[in-house]
Write a protein that binds this ligand. Structure first.
Ligand code: 5AD
Ligand code: SF4
Length: 476
């Protein structure tokens, strides 16, 4: 960019609107030259937070004039929005960048951009510079709102451009968004994380916890509702501590109440909850407010108090059990799901037995089970007692098998009931079926017409297949 241009706005989002126009003009002339539209493809890895970021990236790209394509290797702009929570995520991403090399060579207009959590790691940037020099643009988690400006520099200067900020300087509101689903949407309520669980890289790559102002969140939800969204998912690494630092301070439970009063919003989900911050007020609101889905994702990570202490989770086994069982008592139909890590440094068979005990007592409706992955820079990565792979695999199998058995039983408890289901899509395997979700986040397949997508309908649960149901619409 010409540094002497003096009409470049300094405030956001005006500045990015300016660069959207400028980049759009470059794209226009390329389109004229080529006699076709330019296409973009965003590949998203990781959690719902990343999925929401990708919708924001796509919103900007569409305003610039790119057309979205499913064809990653044929696109003129490929954006990989990366995850680094476990090392296997990183390996998959390197594999995908490698595949793009020959396509980048054969299409002179192809550009490759990498962003997201993995890019906040110095060692990754070094490796990409060295081994993947054909990558055109790299940015991190704190400057995704600057996509238009970064693209402008990349396209006008035609060189590798890397911009990683080590912390977030602001939350930029009012940027364009292109949603994947017309009937549901994620809504960020906070960014970053201050918990510093000893295994976790998130606080280092997503930065300090920052909450959005309630007014901004509620006005975004009103706009979503006005455009036909009926289900929202409030997103944050630790939603139970929502509100810190806001000028208008309200609790997470109060935010849920306010969101549920918005016309058109019929279902509200949220993730992720940290057990140490979950309030009685939240339990009451979940119990009494029908719009809040009866589903709580409450990561336990381990059932061993000794391991939980080393993980810096700030609760022990008994406290977790008390909390989960209190919630089960108060809200009998609730689905409680969790995350479990197996193979944390020094973990023994006895520690895993404690985890199995928690699974049995809480009767998790579903659990994501992960093998511990050493993340450079985290306290756990330098702990003594890193556990042998063969032992971890054995323990992992024990945990997985109990999780599967438990969640099958839990799912079966709904068999025969007639429940409200949000119709989400045509079934991928059988196009005569639709696929939807119960408020407990359980999947149901049933015959129906695609015109029903986006509606909440009563469905009779006729057959349970482990973790999902077959059913039929019972006509409201
Ligand atoms: N190794 C394995 N699993 C991890 N998670 C986070 N960090 C690690 C790690 N280093 C899991 C936790 C978290 C979920 C999103 O990913 O269970 O809740
Ligand atoms: Fe992955 Fe965590 Fe980043 Fe989500 S926040 S994309 S889980 S590293």
């Amino acid at each position: 960019m010409n540094e002497h241009e003096n009409n470049v706005p300094v405030t956001e989002p005006e500045r990015q609107q300016y660069f959207i126009q400028k980049t759009s003009a470059i794209l226009q002339s390329l389109e004229n030259e080529l006699g076709r539209k330019l296409t973009c493809h965003i590949a998203t890895f990781g959690c719902p937070m990343n999925a929401r970021d990708s919708e924001k990236l796509l919103g900007v790209l569409k305003e610039i004039g790119y057309e979205e394509t499913e064809d990653e290797t044929g696109a003129d702009l490929v954006v990989m929005n990366t995850c680094t929570v476990r090392d296997n995520a990183n390996q998959r991403i390197y594999g995908r960048i490698g595949v793009l090399k020959s396509f980048r060579k054969s299409n002179p207009h192809m550009r490759i951009a990498l962003c997201g959590c993995m890019m906040q790691e110095e060692s990754v940037i070094e490796k990409i510079k060295k081994s993947y020099p054909y990558v055109d643009l790299i940015f991190g988690t704190h400057n995704i709102y600057k996509l238009a400006e970064l693209l402008y520099t990349m396209l006008s200067e035609d060189r590798q451009d890397i911009e990683i900020l080590d912390h977030a300087d602001r939350i930029v509101e009012q940027m364009p968004v292109s949603r994947k689903y017309f009937y549901k949407s994620g809504v960020n309520i906070m960014f970053g994380c201050d918990n510093f669980c000893s295994y976790c890289i998130v606080p280092y790559v997503r930065g300090r916890e920052r909450s959005r102002e309630p007014g901004d969140i509620l006005s975004e939800i009103r706009t979503l509702a006005a455009s036909g969204v009926i289900e929202i998912m409030l997103l944050g690494q630790n939603v139970n501590s929502y509100g810190k630092g806001c000028s208008d301070r309200i609790s997470f439970a109060q935010l849920l109440q306010k969101a549920s009063q918005i016309d058109g919003i019929e279902r509200i989900r949220f993730m992720t909850s940290h057990p140490k911050d979950l309030s009685d007020e939240l339990i009451t609101v979940m119990k009494e407010n029908d719009k809040i889905c009866k589903h709580l994702h409450l990561p336990v990570q381990s059932g061993s108090s000794r391991i939980l202490k080393l993980m810096n989770r700030r609760y022990d086994k008994e406290q977790y059990l008390d909390l989960a069982l209190k919630i089960r008592d108060e809200i009998p139909d609730i689905a409680i799901t969790t995350d479990i890590i197996v193979g944390f440094p020094t973990e023994t068979e006895e520690d895993v037995n404690e985890t199995l005990d928690v699974i049995e007592k809480v009767r998790f409706d579903n659990a994501f089970t992960f093998i511990y992955s050493k993340r450079t820079g985290t306290p756990a990565s330098t702990m003594d007692g890193q556990v042998e792979e063969y032992f971890v695999k054995e323990q992992f199998a024990r945990v997985l098998s109990l999780v599967q058995e438990t969640s099958k039983k839990q799912t079966e408890r709904f068999l025969g009931r007639c429940v409200p289901v949000l119709v989400e899509e045509v079934n991928e395997q059988d196009p005569s079926l639709l696929t939807g979700r119960m408020e407990q986040n359980l999947v149901v397949h049933f015959p129906g017409d695609p015109s029903l997508i986006g509606k909440i309908l009563p469905v009779q649960l006729m057959e349970c297949r482990g973790f999902y149901f077959y059913g039929k619409i019972t006509r409201a």
